[in-house]
Write a protein that binds this ligand. Structure first.
Ligand code: BT5
Length: 319
């Protein structure tokens, strides 16, 4: 009912809606309306209530409530079911447990703050309250675990596209899981999965984006979209764009394979053509990043002219 009430006010942004009008439109009593308005107030919505005129929605909170996101969403799978938390340890852990107990493909866990936000290899992901987007998408792709790295690259393409769509910035992908603006990290992806030898059971795409995060809350070399764009970015609209891009690109991979996404990845990459150092399990490889392969591996041309493929690891851009 709260969602329906908000919808009515959305249609009348600056006008008052009388108790009688709302009561007729939604077929509920005046006292029920008052209770719902009080509930919305407790969630941070600010209403003016004037005798004889009715209610007016003065301010919506900057929150990622499902009823701020769902009405805008044009997806069939991703984000159709949104599980919202004010505070969690890690959205990836919550999503992983849900997927283990049978949650459907497309279910998303989203939070305003994480107390144990994670990067790869148990690194910490700074997740201050209401400043960023922290979410995890459950997917059940029909693929072998060896192909799963492709899903991280698909998520990176979707993320760079969604950021560009919402802010006047040039977001680029640094292989494998970073999004950079002006050379600084603005978002990261943590892909986790449960698999058997020949098939993925489920995969969790964990995505963290710094939207309005202050420099003091970020490690060195990181930034936020608002800092780089110099303009306000609404988190619900960014999430909507991300879900829609993810769905489009995910369906495209299933229909046509990795090739179309791979081409888009090349366009959005800051990695190719650069001298890089890839480190994986204490082994370092240095050379020029020349391409990504059909399985998501990064192809590096060594100084001796040979090529090496790197499947996972950390990358430093040298020049
Ligand atoms: C990542 O790991 O970049 C993956 C980040 C994924 C975060 C999301 S939030 C929702 C979901 N739930 C989770 O618990 N996680 C996912 P990695 O490439 O390993 O980078 C981690 C490194 O990035 C850290 O060691 C820091 O140096 C740096 N870092 C930490 N917090 C950051 C932030 N907010 N912005 C930019 N860099 C950060």
């Amino acid at each position: 009912m709260e969602e329906k009430i908000l919808k009515l006010f959305k249609k009348k942004p600056d006008n008052y809606l009388s108790g009688e009008q709302i009561s007729k439109l939604l077929n509920i009593t005046r006292s029920a309306i008052w209770k719902h308005i009080e509930k919305l107030r407790a969630l941070g919505y600010e209403f003016d209530a004037v005798p004889h005129l009715g209610y007016r929605l003065r301010k919506r909170p900057d929150k990622l409530y499902p009823f701020e996101i769902s009405p805008m969403l044009k997806t069939r799978i991703i984000g159709k079911e949104l599980i919202y938390h004010d505070i969690v340890g890690s959205t990836n852990t919550v999503a992983y447990n849900l997927a283990k107990s049978g949650a459907k493909e497309g279910v998303v866990v989203i939070a305003e703050k994480q107390t144990k936000g994670r990067g790869r290899l148990s690194r910490a992901w700074s997740s201050p309250k209401e400043k960023g987007v922290y979410l995890s998408v459950i997917l059940r792709p029909k693929m072998t675990p060896f192909k799963a790295p492709v899903m991280t690259l698909m998520a990176a393409v979707s993320l760079a596209q969604a950021i560009r769509e919402n802010a006047d910035v040039r977001a680029f992908i640094k292989w494998p899981n970073d999004i950079l603006i002006n050379g600084k990290k603005v978002a990261g992806i943590l892909t986790e999965m449960e698999a058997e030898a020949d098939s993925v059971k489920f995969l969790i795409l964990g995505i963290g984006i710094n939207v309005a995060t202050k420099d003091s809350e970020l490690p060195r070399g990181a930034t936020s979209i608002m800092r780089e764009a110099g303009d306000f970015v609404a988190r619900p609209t960014l999430v909507k764009a991300l879900f829609e891009r993810l769905e489009r690109n995910y369906l495209l991979i299933q229909k046509e394979g990795f090739l179309p996404i791979r081409m888009e990845w090349r366009n959005l990459s800051v990695t190719l053509g650069r001298r890089v150092r890839a480190t994986c399990m204490r082994k370092a490889i240095e050379g020029e990043a020349v391409d990504i392969d059909s399985d998501g591996a990064l192809k590096i041309r060594l100084d001796n002219g040979f090529y090496e493929r790197v499947m996972a690891g950390d990358l430093a851009l040298l020049r």
